[in-house]
Design a protein around this ligand. Structure first.
Ligand code: HPA
Length: 278
C-alpha cells in the first residue's frame, strides 16, 4: 500500500494532467463494470487517455485490458468514463481506486455512477435485469479508509447511494418502460464465487444481489465527498439458485447479451442528469 504523501503527489500530477488536456471537470464520472463497456459508444466527441498517463490511477498489470478514461458528452451532459477498476481480489488491497476517485473529486467531479455485474438473489430479477443499488452490505468488513486520520474518516453511510438521484433514476426507467429493480448489493471478496450457504446467509441479511466490487469505491467516494449512484446488471442467479454451473464465461456471455440495453439506459440516465442539480 502506498502512503498518503506519495498518493497525494500522484493525485496532484493526475489532476494537472486532466485539467491541461480536458479543462474543467465534467460533473459526472461513470465507472464501467463488466458488460457496461457499450456505454462508451454513446459518447459524442470522446477523447481517451490511458490510465498509464495518470499516476494516481490503477496501473494495469495485464496487457490487453482496456484501462482508460473517456471524456465527452452524452446529449448535453459532459461525462468522464472510467474503463477498468482495481478489484480487491487482485491484490488483497481494497484501496486500489483511492487515487483515481480522489483525483476525480479534486478535478471537480460531483457524482460517481458505479456499474457492475452481479449475481441475483431474487427470482424477480433474472439474468439480464438491472438493479438500482439502494444500499450495500460490506460482507468482508474491509475498509479502504483504515489508517486515514481525522474525524472525517467516520463517514456516514446512510443514503450513501443518493436518495434523490435514486428517485430520479426510477422515474426515468418508468418513463423509458424499462424494468429497474431496486435493492441491496452485497460485496463478496472473491475471486471464487460464493457457496450456496453463503448466498442463503446474504439473502437472510437482506441482500438482493452479490458481486466483487463497488463497495470499496462507494466508501472512498463518500469519504472524498462525491455523491454516488450504482446500477447492477444481473448476469446469473447466485450460487445454488439455478442448476447452471457458475463460471466467469457464463457471466461474461450474459453481460454481452444484455449489455446493449444496460448501456442504453446508462446513456439515457447520464444525459438526463443535465437537468439535475448535483
Ligand atoms: N457472485 C459474485 N460476483 C459476481 C456474480 C456472482 O454470482 N456474478 C457476477 N459477478
Amino acid at each position: 500500500m502506498i502512503d498518503n504523501k506519495t498518493l497525494d503527489v500522484a493525485i496532484t500530477a493526475s489532476v494537472e494532467k486532466l485539467q491541461s488536456l480536458f479543462g474543467n471537470a465534467p460533473e459526472v464520472a461513470v465507472v464501467l463494470g463488466s458488460g457496461w463497456a457499450g456505454a462508451v459508444s454513446h459518447v459524442q466527441d470522446g477523447q481517451n487517455l490511458p490510465y498509464t498517463e495518470l499516476p494516481a490511477f490503477p496501473q494495469p498489470k495485464v496487457e490487453g485490458h482496456v484501462n482508460e478514461i473517456v471524456v465527452g458528452h452524452i446529449g448535453g451532459q459532459r461525462v468522464v468514463f472510467l474503463r477498468g477498476r482495481a478489484h480487491t481480489y487482485e491484490s488483497g488491497e481494497c484501496t486500489g481506486m483511492a487515487g483515481a476517485l480522489r483525483t476525480l473529486k479534486r478535478w471537480g467531479v460531483k457524482l460517481l455512477v458505479q456499474t457492475n455485474a452481479s449475481g441475483s438473489l431474487r427470482g424477480h430479477m433474472p439474468p439480464g435485469s438491472l438493479m438500482l443499488i439502494a444500499d450495500h452490505i460490506n460482507a468482508p468488513q474491509r475498509s479502504p479508509l483504515v489508517g486515514e486520520q481525522g474525524s472525517h474518516r467516520f463517514v456516514d453511510m446512510v443514503n450513501a447511494y443518493d436518495a434523490d438521484l435514486r428517485k430520479h433514476a426510477l422515474a426515468l426507467a418508468k418513463r423509458e418502460n424499462l424494468m429497474l429493480g431496486e435493492g441491496t448489493y452485497c460485496w463478496a471478496l472473491g475471486p471464487q464465487f460464493e457457496t450456496p450457504a453463503e448466498i442463503r446467509m446474504f439473502a437472510a441479511w437482506g441482500a438482493d444481489a452479490v458481486g466483487m466490487s463497488t463497495v470499496p469505491e462507494t466508501i472512498l467516494a463518500r469519504h472524498a465527498g462525491l455523491k454516488v449512484m450504482g446500477i447492477a446488471l444481473m448476469t446469473n442467479m447466485a450460487a445454488g439458485l439455478s442448476a447452471e454451473a457458475l463460471t466467469h464465461d457464463l457471466t461474461l456471455k450474459q453481460a454481452q447479451m444484455s449489455g446493449e440495453r444496460a448501456a442504453g439506459f446508462l446513456a439515457t440516465l447520464v444525459a438526463s442528469l443535465k437537468d439535475v442539480a448535483l
